[in-house]
Design a protein around this ligand. Sequence first.
Ligand code: DMJ
Length: 855
Amino acid sequence: MPLTCRGRVRGQEPSRGDVDDALGKFSLTLIDSLDTLVVLNKTKEFEDAVRKVLRDVNLDNDVVVSVFETNIRVLGGLLGGHSLAIMLKEKGEYMQWYNDELLQMAKQLGYKLLPAFNTTSGLPYPRINLKFGIRKPEARTGTETDTCTACAGTLILEFAALSRFTGATIFEEYARKALDFLWEKRQRSSNLVGVTINIHTGDWVRKDSGVGAGIDSYYEYLLKAYVLLGDDSFLERFNTHYDAIMRYISQPPLLLDVHIHKPMLNARTWMDALLAFFPGLQVLKGDIRPAIETHEMLYQVIKKHNFLPEAFTTDFRVHWAQHPLRPEFAESTYFLYKATGDPYYLEVGKTLIENLNKYARVPCGFAAMKDVRTGSHEDRMDSFFLAEMFKYLYLLFADKEDIIFDIEDYIFTTEAHLLPLWLSTTNQSISKKNTTSEYTELDDSNFDWTCPNTQILFPNDPLYAQSIREPLKNVVDKSCPRGIIRVEESFRSGAKPPLRARDFMATNPEHLEILKKMGVSLIHLKDGRVQLVQHAIQAASSIDAEDGLRFMQEMIELSSQQQKEQQLPPRAVQIVSHPFFGRVVLTAGPAQFGLDLSKHKETRGFVASSKPSNGCSELTNPEAVMGKIALIQRGQCMFAEKARNIQNAGAIGGIVIDDNEGSSSDTAPLFQMAGDGKDTDDIKIPMLFLFSKEGSIILDAIREYEEVEVLLSDKAKDRDPEMENEEQPSSENDSQNQSGEQISSSSQEVDLVDQESSEENSLNSHPESLSLADMDNAASISPSEQTSNPTENHETTNLNGECTDLDNQLQEQSETEEDSNPNVSWGKKVQPIDSILADWNEDIEAFEMMEKDEL
Ligand code: DMJ
């Protein structure tokens, strides 16, 4: 936890949900970073770290962990550490005392994970209790029915290495069985796999398919299993899937999810950051051109937002604004540099490092970005940052002689752990399943290209990579919102649904009856929200299914509008004084009253606690808060009242800190402070809200450094290394006069926030707001994924800047023209609604047939 400078111990911090399943009280970060130390030539530190692991780590904790994460980070970390420990020992200088202790731990962990495979399918349960396994009452797990494809298909490298290192064949056998099952279950006509699968029945639960979240490393491990184990069946499977990916998902430079049964239609209009690993895998496969294209597109998204947001739309706007310092893009950059030798990729790496140092580096490490638009931080530095990001960035710039062993003798696991290639000829006793007869219709060139050789791929053409990148140079800056609006317009012009979204009441039995007829079901979420899901196949007739689709469409628009009205984008509190120098940026909630920081320059000042601390009456210490930013505790009175009291005492701003101990923006949705129902125009100062955890970072800083200066803004101010030497202005006026450049850049930021404010809404939906998801069959038409991004409608109707004219023109043009204009619609054709509906019955029939086939 780089902001609070502590380790994150499971159970001692508020739960963050699934993301905590990686934590097993087993010193995750230490184990995950063992082999990085050797790569970085920190041999002595490696030796110390191994001793610490052997001395302190307990694998027998009563904790439920993710099988996938434990495998890739902990088992992989132990095996990577073992691989390099024996390499060092053989060299004769370091680790002379080492006697396979890490391997023994890895074996112990391997046996702990095996009960997860006790399913009829052989696919592992997603979670296991390290002490009690699965299903026992004490285990508190074992009732799950689904897992993700990557979760079940990303075991073979670690499990096979464990088998081959130890001679215990059971691990490799189990991992192979899970892979065999996934292969059997691939959708036979598209050769694609879905995102989640039922571990008991083998049915696809989520039938969308891409190369990012939920599937990514399944593909990676098929190709790498071939490299590590030399088993052709893995290569054949990989190539079959790769062929399908390039046919359906790859829409250069984009990679867009499709439906496994209807692979010609996109399943969503955004991409996730995890797919950034794919160009690196394409390099390993030897397919350099699309790797260069996708990588270039991703780099431009990064240049726009400093980091790759967790998800971004096909027109490159932020969809999910977090960035947990994921390494996938650095990984692909490294492999592209290895393949092309093009110094451009060193420049890319330099930008990545500069951005990390500039925006993510904090006194106790590197903090994840909570929001790439505001530059605010999350108190989180995941173990993959050291395991992967550091390793790939170091390797990108390292010369051969900088690394004390030959990196070419190893393969990288998905967590960048190093496994020696000599394992391919060790303990090969595990029987290979001969499934070769299943592979047909593949172009031979697919096989020739595996494992690239730059001399063969593009001899004598140093400008090869550049010539591919050049046409994509403006792909992000010049992109315009997609033409989805036309599909929506088709809805609007058509018939109205029997129940209008605005009239719908979840408590009205008649309404529920109509929904059922239209194939729409209602799910009450734990947090009080209501989710609507449409399965067209469950509608009473195809006419009802169409009505259902219209109803859902109306609901999306309504939800989008409501969320827009309810929320404002987050703000940032940046600590600028010594020793923070702007490095710590806290996510803050805005107020519906007072100075709007998105329209005005930031406010800078020293902080002072108000007395009384809740600010609910006239302050007794006006001299202390005069000209400063007052800290007030939440509770006892209205936010507006607090604001008036501190303003009367002469404060230039206020920060309300939550009185609910332990609350944090990591775990609670941000909200805006409402007024008091009266006219609040008299409140002129900016007011921000911090949850308790973020607030205590400021309070701790005051205790330690007394004078703490902060900047209240809508986006963190860039900080240069010089900022540390800069004389800190002491008043708001001083700071606001720093430079004209700064002022203009902050007004651009306002534009950006305005454009993107609605995207924020999907992150912070209020419990009372409606959320919509998964229209299942309807997912086979373009607008379906708007269910998870209710902002699309807003964005397509509120076009900005140069794009407006172009888009309006296009709306008037014929439908076919849109697809011929690459500026407007990257990817596949947006079908007119009539043709979709005409196709409807046929789809449903085909869908039913395929379901039967699968069963
Ligand atoms: C890593 O833990 C692994 O690379 C995994 O396969 C998916 N991505 C995370 C980091 O983003």
